[in-house]
Design a protein around this ligand. Structure first.
Ligand code: ADP
Ligand code: MG
Length: 239
């Protein structure tokens, strides 16, 4: 079953088409990689999908339901949540309080929210930092906190925006394991990631954006051998 259908989505900022007539479908349970050079429109597409921006054109269909115009909190309640490329934890709150904010999407009880939060903090391997201030965490742990926060909303579809950005290889590997672990729990994921080797390894399917348009879509094997993709990435230092 398709969990997400993106149908002819465009997003204009003045004269700039950050997304232009993008269409693709995501099956439930899969990891979809979303790649493309800087400025290709990846983050904008996440913003359109999760309700932070209304698309200028086209439709976002989640579990058969049209999502256009729904606010992010409503989208989250329906089971779809994203992380931010630039992580912004509530710096003066503890790790557990930050994750409780996510859990409060599912319950009004602080006690239940705390239990959910502690569980997800353990999933991401931050139990030893439960009572630390979020602002005191190094970047690698902030990224894990961000994942715990979204997991606490009990999503069916998780959208991860460069969750490995700025991490060293060992930290990235921990996040890869976490993403595969989340997949094994049955949660669908769309992952924006610059490192080609990593995205090849974790994705069931990959969509490539370039200048706001969908360049191609296919298995990791198909995408990496696609000449248009190779051309789009030429000169990209971090591709
Ligand atoms: N809020 C905004 N206002 C105006 N332009 C924007 C806004 N957000 C993104 N853009 C522009 O849209 C294009 C795509 O950006 P973005 O989606 O962040 O790309 P990516 O995540 O692939 O690097 C860029 O040219 C960017 O400057
Ligand atoms: Mg981006």
């Amino acid at each position: 079953m398709a969990i997400l259908e993106i149908s002819h989505v465009s997003k204009f900022f003045g004269g700039l088409a950050a997304n232009s007539d993008v269409s693709f479908t995501m099956e439930a349970g899969m990891i979809m990689g979303l790649i493309g050079p800087n400025g290709a429109g990846k983050t904008t597409l996440f913003n359109c999908i999760t309700g932070y921006y209304p698309p200028s054109k086209g439709e976002i269909i989640f579990k058969g339901r049209r999502m256009n115009g729904l606010q992010p909190d409503k989208v989250c309640k329906l089971g779809m949540v994203r992380t931010w490329q630039k992580v912004r934890p509530l710096a003066k709150l503890s790790v557990v309080d930050n994750v409780m904010v996510g859990a409060l999407c599912r319950t009004n009880s602080l006690k239940v929210a705390r239990a959910i939060a502690l569980e997800q903090i353990e999933v991401v391997g931050l139990s030893h930092k439960t009572d630390f201030l979020a602002g005191s965490l190094p970047i690698g742990e902030r990224k894990k906190l961000e994942v715990a926060r979204v997991l606490a909303t009990k999503p069916e579809l998780l959208l991860l925006d460069e969750v490995m950005g700025g991490l060293n290889p060992a930290e990235s590997e921990e996040i890869v394991r976490l993403i595969l672990d989340i997949k094994a729990r049955g949660v669908s994921q769309m992952v924006i990631e610059h490192d080609m080797k990593t995205i090849m390894r974790i994705s069931d399917r990959i969509v490539v954006l370039n200048s706001g348009e969908k360049l191609t879509e296919g298995s990791p094997e198909e995408v990496v051998h696609n000449q248009a993709v190779i051309d789009a990435y030429l000169g990209e230092s971090h591709a």
